[in-house]
Every structure is written in structure tokens, then in C-alpha cells.
Design a protein around this ligand. Structure first.
Ligand SMILES: *[C@@H]1O[C@H](CO)[C@@H](O)[C@H](O)[C@H]1NC(C)=O
Ligand SMILES: *[C@@H]1O[C@H](CO)[C@@H](O)[C@H](O)[C@H]1NC(C)=O
Ligand SMILES: *[C@@H]1O[C@H](CO)[C@@H](O)[C@H](O)[C@H]1NC(C)=O
Ligand SMILES: *[C@@H]1O[C@H](CO)[C@@H](O)[C@H](O)[C@H]1NC(C)=O
Length: 291
């Protein structure tokens, strides 16, 4: 009798093997949002024992980093990558005394447990930071799932974001900007003058700036690709280093519709002595890239 029982148990175990579905990733992303809202990590059921937490590219602890506090979340958006078994979540917090805009990528292991929470945490003093502005411009945008018959392939979605990142270093790269297109960078919105125009292709993009160490999360259903990368020299106090940065792209019909960025400075103001970034975001950027 014993071998028979053993076989049944083995079958049951393999039938329950972890499958990385959208539903599972959505639940996991929701647990992350709950963690950020409550500060209670014990409710996060699928955290791996060896989970690593990174905050702005430095190893940190969820026990004393931003996940420990609990915050009032004004807006959130998660994208799900079943191919890589990763999630990415954008969180906007405007409540005083400490507003935040946070982009987080999470990686799950083969058992379905989160073994990496990688966060770009931006607040006052970071590039163009204005959570009230971010919340407002985000609220007028539409990031609904793409209807099935209009979805781009994973390859096309990823290529849209990759082209933008590549273009920062190689000006000959063609970036598929759509019309309309708008970039939300901290609280600065390129679409504010004309919401129906292509305001992403307005010049002033970085030139000869390598975007290094890229980590992608791609969601074909949402038409979104998020890239974590090192934005070389964004912080003038460390000109040759990559500042922790996230660029999130919404792709519709193969073209970029929206861009959201979260860029952390090493020192408040990115070493620009209060001269930038906005309101003259583009001007300051162009000037420094020409130097
Ligand atoms: C932040 O953005 C809001 C909404 O666009 C704007 O009213 C406010 O003046 C901005 N604050 C700063 C400090 O730029
Ligand atoms: C906004 O952009 C659209 C498309 O480029 C253009 O047709 C329209 O005239 C612009 N409107 C304003 C007020 O500039
Ligand atoms: C993060 O740190 C590593 C070294 O610890 C470095 O290679 C990388 O460029 C840094 N920046 C980003 C954004 O990954
Ligand atoms: C900022 O101010 C310091 C001290 O006055 C100066 O050394 C530095 O060159 C300035 N940096 C920029 C980017 O203007």
C-alpha cells in the first residue's frame, strides 16, 4: 500500500507546480501595494526567505526602508510579466509631510516567491520631483489594458522602450513616438501645452548618455515596458555614474503614447545648485549634455 500512497502524493505535488500566471502576479503586486500601504510585511505571504530588498540600487531592509512606514497611496499601477515572472508597480503618494513617487520591480523565484524587491524611491530633491504634479497628470491619462485584437507583441513593446534608451546615447536611433505622446518626468509634463500633439519628440533629449545596467519588465496586455537603468551623469556630483532611474513606456500600435520617469539623485537637486530641473527642464538638460 505504501508505494501507492507515495505515488499519489508525488502526483499531487507536481500538479501543484508553480505556474506564473497573470492572476498570481497580480496577487503578488497587490501584496506589495498592501505592504507599502500598511508597513506590515507579515501579510506578504509569498516572500522568499532569502529575499533581497534594494532601494535606489543599494541593499536595504524592508524593516527600516520605505516599506516599513505605511503610506497613503493616491495612485498605483502594476504591470505583469509572465515570461520573466516579474512585476513592476508605480506608486504615487502626495500626503505631507513626505510625498513619494516609487517605481518597484519584483522578481519571483521558481517556487513563486518574491526573491527581489528592487525600488526606485524618489522624493523631494530628486529629479523634477513634484508628487502633486505627477498625480494630476497621471490622472488624466488612460492606461487601460489594450483590447486583445490591438495588442502589440512582446518584442514590439520592449523595442519601443529600448529605442528610447538607446537614443540617449546614439542619436541615429529612431524612436517610435506616437501622436499624441506625452512624457511625465517628476511633475513636469511635456503634454501640458497640447494634449493631442506629439510632445515627446520635442528635442532636448539626452545625447551621448549611456543608459546602463538595464532591467526590463514587459506586459503585452497593458502595452507597457518598464526599464530600470543607470542614467549616466544625471547627478552632476557623480558625472560618470549611473543614477538610479526608471523609465516606463506605454506603447499603443507600436508607438510610444506615454512615458513616466522616476529618477533618484545622489544628492538633493542632482548637484545643479537649484538651477534645475524644471521649469526649464529641457534647456538645462540640453546645456549639460553639450558640456
Ligand atoms: C507641482 O505641480 C502642481 C500641479 O501641476 C503645481 O500646481 C505646483 O505648482 C507644482 N509645484 C512645484 C513646487 O513646482
Ligand atoms: C495641437 O496639436 C494638434 C496635432 O499636432 C494640432 O492639430 C493642433 O492644432 C494643436 N493645437 C494647438 C492649440 O496648438
Ligand atoms: C548600481 O550599482 C552597481 C554596482 O553596485 C553598478 O554597476 C550600477 O551601475 C549601479 N546603477 C544602476 C542604476 O544599476
Ligand atoms: C554649484 O556650486 C558649487 C559651489 O558654489 C560650485 O563649485 C559648482 O561648480 C556648482 N555646480 C554647478 C553645476 O553649477
Amino acid at each position: 500500500m505504501a508505494p501507492f500512497v507515495f505515488t499519489l502524493a508525488t502526483l499531487a505535488a507536481s500538479a501543484m507546480a508553480f505556474e506564473c500566471t497573470r492572476e498570481y502576479l497580480q496577487e503578488t503586486a497587490d501584496r506589495y501595494v498592501d505592504l507599502m500601504a500598511t508597513g506590515q510585511h507579515d501579510r506578504f505571504e509569498n516572500l522568499a526567505y532569502d529575499m533581497k530588498y534594494m532601494e535606489n540600487n543599494k541593499t536595504a531592509s524592508i524593516l527600516n526602508g520605505v516599506p516599513a512606514f505605511g503610506m497613503t497611496i493616491d495612485a498605483k499601477r502594476s504591470i505583469l510579466d509572465t515570461t520573466q515572472c516579474k512585476t513592476m508597480t508605480e506608486i504615487i503618494v502626495t500626503q505631507p509631510p513626505h510625498p513619494y513617487v516609487i517605481h518597484t520591480q519584483m522578481t519571483l523565484n521558481a517556487d513563486g516567491n518574491v526573491n527581489l524587491i528592487d525600488s526606485i524611491v524618489t522624493d523631494k530633491g530628486d529629479w523634477a520631483f513634484n508628487a502633486t504634479g505627477t498625480k494630476y497628470w497621471n490622472s488624466i491619462e488612460s492606461w487601460d489594458p489594450i483590447p486583445e485584437d490591438q495588442r502589440d507583441s512582446r518584442k514590439v513593446v520592449k523595442a519601443g522602450g529600448k529605442a528610447y534608451a538607446d537614443r540617449c546615447n546614439d542619436v541615429s536611433v529612431h524612436v517610435p513616438f506616437g501622436t499624441p505622446c506625452a512624457r511625465l518626468e517628476g511633475g513636469a509634463y511635456t503634454g501640458r501645452g497640447n494634449l493631442s500633439a506629439n510632445t515627446c519628440d520635442i528635442g532636448g533629449l539626452p545625447e551621448h548618455i549611456p543608459m546602463t545596467n538595464r532591467k526590463y519588465v514587459v506586459d503585452e496586455v497593458m502595452g507597457v515596458v518598464d526599464i530600470f537603468m543607470g542614467f549616466t551623469g544625471l547627478d552632476r556630483t557623480r558625472n560618470t555614474e549611473g543614477a538610479p532611474d526608471s523609465h516606463m513606456f506605454r506603447i499603443e500600435n507600436g508607438k510610444i503614447r506615454y512615458i513616466h520617469t522616476a529618477s533618484a539623485c545622489f544628492v538633493d537637486g542632482c548637484g545643479m545648485n537649484g538651477t534645475g530641473p524644471p521649469p526649464q527642464l529641457r534647456r538645462h538638460r540640453s546645456l549639460r549634455y553639450l558640456e
